[in-house]
Design a protein around this ligand. Structure first.
Ligand code: SF4
Length: 232
């Protein structure tokens, strides 16, 4: 598996657990607000990636008594050929696994669920399905269908999960969020997060959304009281 980065400890990336974060290298999408553009290029395994892999397992072994889980994020983890073996190794060490995905590989997600390898999913819901491509700037309708399939697989998986949307300047409207929240089922969790403007794939994005995130969250909660909706 091609690892692009490693954060030894986080208190906020796995709900209720102390975790390490593994960043995989490579993503097929081109979201203009991507705050990890260095992780988008798909690369071959190199010395840095091998060293990072060794570092991950050495750190996890050394801090077994403190780390409870590993969050695997990207880039996009599911494009990695070695993802399943990597997760099996982590699970074999006794850690819980959270997988962040953009939803591009429903078949792999289904297999990981069936194998009982994932304890928590976080999936990006990029936009309303009809205008999904406006955010991901890559692929065509088949990709959107794959993301929709993954969304539905996770919804019916029985595995703890959350969906989240990063506000895309110039694309999302308030009514888009009403529609997206409407895709969720009672009791599901939906996070809304702002673009991190310090670093984005496309420079010079507008910082004006036309609405504030707290107001949007409040508004959505009033429409969907059976969902858990919050700002991240
Ligand atoms: S924000 Fe978009 S482009 Fe960046 S890693 Fe995630 S899915 Fe890929």
């Amino acid at each position: 598996m091609i690892i692009g980065g490693y954060q030894p400890m986080s208190l906020i990336d796995y709900p209720g657990k102390v975790c390490s974060i593994v960043f995989t290298q490579g993503c097929a999408f081109r979201c203009v607000y991507c705050h990890n553009p260095d992780l988008i290029p798909i690369k071959l395994e190199d010395q840095k990636s091998k060293m990072l892999s060794e570092e991950v397992f050495a750190h996890l072994e050394k801090h077994r008594n403190m780390i409870e889980a590993v969050c695997i994020t990207g880039g996009e983890p599911t494009i990695q050929k070695g993802l399943r073996a990597f997760i099996e190794k982590i699970k074999g060490m006794g850690f819980d696994v959270k997988l962040d995905t953009n939803g591009i590989h429903p078949n792999l997600v289904r297999k990981l669920i069936d194998a009982g390898l994932i304890d928590y999913f976080a999936m990006d819901l990029k936009n309303v399905w009809e205008r999904y491509l406006d955010v991901i700037q890559s692929g065509g309708s088949a990709i959107v269908e794959q993301c929709r399939e993954t969304f539905e697989i996770i919804q019916s998986s029985g595995v703890a999960h959350e969906f989240r949307t990063t506000i895309c300047p110039g694309v999302h409207t308030k009514s888009d969020f009403v529609e997206m929240a409407g895709y969720l089922k009672d009791g599901e969790t939906y996070f809304i997060q702002e673009t991190q403007f310090q670093k984005t794939l496309k420079e010079g994005l507008s910082t004006e959304f036309g609405f504030s995130v707290p107001d949007l969250v409040h508004y959505l909660r009033s429409i969907y009281p059976s969902l858990i909706i919050d700002q991240r």
